[in-house]
Design a protein around this ligand. Structure first.
Ligand code: TPP
Length: 331
């Protein structure tokens, strides 16, 4: 694996890819090419990229509906992601999931999940599998601060703590659950205290510097891999866009947003790279390559076949249903 400046350049590439992928997704949404919801991750990129870099093959990752960033950080192609957003057969979930339900088993991505906190216990189950089989894989489970008030979150953490499961819970505290600030939903502001009650190690830091995210998540992942149990990590972050494309974000001031943009993780990484001796040309090359990849992804998604009804009927777990025997099943 690359180290030092080369590793940071690769982190920058991954963060820039997420940013540009989502900007183009927003454009495609406005053009009516994407249906349903679209929750953007812009502003939070350092967390997905830093955390993904702490994993190895075989590890598994669960995320909420805000799932494009981590999918790309884990190595999914922009083409598969963009096609999924547009409901195409070439998408990572064959156009059946859309924005909220990316899935990419090849890269360990076990799904974007739509029910707030609903995936926490599922992720604990995946970690239980690793413990049971002794495969030394680690599960990462991401969610927002709003999810820490939900029953499923507490059930998942309770068993993970009790059974010392190899899992790292990452709370991306972006300050708002839809339009509700955390002080209106949580009696405490240090969310690691919630995990303490489940006998879990806690960590808490800002998520604007990708190197810091990488180091701290790696510590927790290594501990889990060694059988030393789960960790709950609260990472402070901020989303630059509304909760979803339909949210104009009127619950926060322009001044607040501008202040937070001073901690844009891409700008921070770019500064670090220049201080480490990277040239403007190095950075330009990365940006040009990413631009081309995203442009190609949009074109490929535009041209791809729409999702197929036959796949929908073949991919449910119940008795195999197809258009040909639907009538029979209905009887
Ligand atoms: C059980 C449940 N309740 C309500 C919703 C509607 N909902 C979708 S996202 C969201 C806010 C979640 O905020 P947070 O957990 O902080 O994550 P963020 O969106 O900020 O990443 C809500 C209430 C839902 N999807 N599931």
């Amino acid at each position: 694996m690359a180290s030092g400046r080369d590793a940071l350049l690769e982190h920058y590439r991954a963060m820039y890819l997420i940013r540009r992928f989502e900007e183009e997704a927003a454009r495609a949404y406005a053009q009516g090419k994407i249906g349903g919801f679209l929750h953007l991750y812009i502003g939070q990129e350092a967390i997905a990229v830093g955390a993904a870099a702490a994993l190895r093959e075989g590890d598994q990752v669960f995320q909420t509906y805000r799932d494009h960033g981590i999918s790309l950080a884990l190595g999914m192609s922009a083409e598969k992601g963009m096609a999924e957003l547009m409901g195409k057969d070439t998408g990572c979930s064959r156009g059946m999931g859309g924005s909220m339900h990316f899935f990419d088993k090849e890269h360990g991505f076990m799904g974007g999940w739509g029910i707030v906190g609903g995936h926490v216990a599922v992720a604990a189950g995946a970690a239980f599998k690793s413990k049971y089989l002794g495969d030394e894989n680690v599960t990462l489970c991401f969610f927002g601060e709003g999810a820490t008030n939900i029953g499923g979150f507490h059930e998942g953490l309770s068993l993970a703590g009790l059974w010392k499961l190899p899992i790292v819970f990452i709370c991306e505290n972006n300050q708002y659950a839809m339009g509700t600030p955390m002080k209106r939903t949580s009696a405490i502001s240090d969310l690691t205290l919630k995990a303490q009650g489940y006998g879990m190690h806690g960590d808490r830091f800002e998520g604007y510097d990708v190197k810091v995210v990488h180091e701290r998540v790696k510590q927790a992942v290594d501990r889990a891999r060694k059988g030393e149990g789960p960790t709950f990590i609260e990472i402070e972050t901020y989303r630059f866009r509304g909760h979803s494309m339909s949210d104009p974000a009127k619950y926060r001031s322009r001044a607040e947003l501008e202040e937070r943009k001073k901690k844009d993780p891409l700008v921070i990484t770019k500064d670090q790279l220049q201080q480490a001796g990277a040239t403007i040309e190095d950075l330009d090359n990365i940006e040009i390559q990413v631009e081309e990849a995203v442009k190609a992804a949009v074109k490929a998604a535009d041209d791809a076949e729409p999702a197929k009804e036959s796949v929908m009927f073949d991919s449910v777990m119940a008795t195999k249903l197809g258009p040909q025997n639907r009538e029979e099943a209905a009887r």
